[in-house]
Design a protein around this ligand. Structure first.
Ligand code: SAM
Length: 252
């Protein structure tokens, strides 16, 4: 396992969807609370080169961040995070992963706990966040780590759960992890990303979540129509216990 590499998908339509929602939720939490704990179960490498062969091969970034006018269609905070990792160059080819998007929005008093299991992705993540004293890295399974770390101090904050869904059972596993997480950290907000694929395994995940969580909000974004094959046709985000308004989200 661990064959998934996010470089093939970075800056694509799914990333723009996920990172736009992340920005909206963090923006609200920052305005609401004096200090935050931010955690990621699946952090990835933190910084992606959209000119790399892997990215060019799938063409996903070309449909996402590199598409004409993309900067004007995402929240200003996300556009700002991309500009920051490119040293202010609007034509730069670097794209921030969720850890650097969050680091851009969070303040000096906030803490970031980032888990990544893949050795090469972890090594790259170390470089991407080097020198940021707010960050603690965990080269460990993200599901168990966030539960062990909860409830964190500061008590207010957010967990981003962004699995690679390499195993079919992960859709059901993730629903169980979120139930355990919310029991140990009831104050925490949770964001969960999932792909929309023709096999529709996310529907079982939503059903499992709805059985244990009273407050599931969902937003799904489709960029193409589902076809018979295995291609991803859209991106889903689930929000739990996010106190601010989330336009476009609806209850499960
Ligand atoms: N959150 C990142 C972003 O938006 O920039 C992308 C993360 S990518 C979808 C999923 C990552 O999870 C991969 O880098 C993979 O190596 C890692 N991974 C897979 N299983 C894991 C686990 N059990 N614990 C921690 N990391 C894991």
């Amino acid at each position: 396992m661990l064959s998934y590499q996010h470089l093939y998908h970075a800056g694509g339509p799914a990333d723009l969807h996920k990172h736009s929602v992340l920005c909206a939720v963090l923006d609200d939490l920052v305005a609401r609370y004096r200090a935050l704990s931010y955690m990621e179960t699946h952090a990835g490498r933190g910084l992606y080169d959209l000119a790399a062969a892997e990215s060019v091969k799938t063409g996903e970034a070309a449909l996402g961040w590199l598409a004409p006018g993309a900067a004007g269609r995402v929240p200003a905070e996300l556009a700002g995070a991309v500009l920051a990792v490119n040293g202010g160059d609007p034509d730069g080819m670097s794209y921030p992963g969720s850890p650097l998007v969050a680091a851009h929005l969070l303040r000096p008093q906030d803490s970031l706990h980032l888990c990544e299991l893949h050795p090469q992705e972890y090594a790259a993540l170390e470089k991407a966040v080097a020198g940021d004293e707010r960050v603690t890295l965990y080269h460990q399974d993200g599901y168990e780590s966030v539960i062990k770390l909860s409830p964190p101090l500061p008590r207010r904050g957010l967990v981003l759960v962004d699995p690679s869904y390499e195993i079919k059972d992960e859709y059901i596993q993730v629903a169980g992890v979120i139930d355990r997480l919310r029991r140990v950290w009831p104050d925490g907000a949770v964001l969960l990303w999932y792909p929309l694929l023709p096999a529709a395994r996310h529907e079982a995940m939503k059903t499992a979540l709805a059985k244990t969580q009273p407050d599931v909000l969902v937003h799904e974004y489709c960029w193409t129509v589902p076809e018979g094959g295995s291609g991803m046709y859209g991106s889903g985000m689930i929000a739990l216990n996010c106190p601010g308004a989330l336009p476009g989200f609806s209850s499960l």
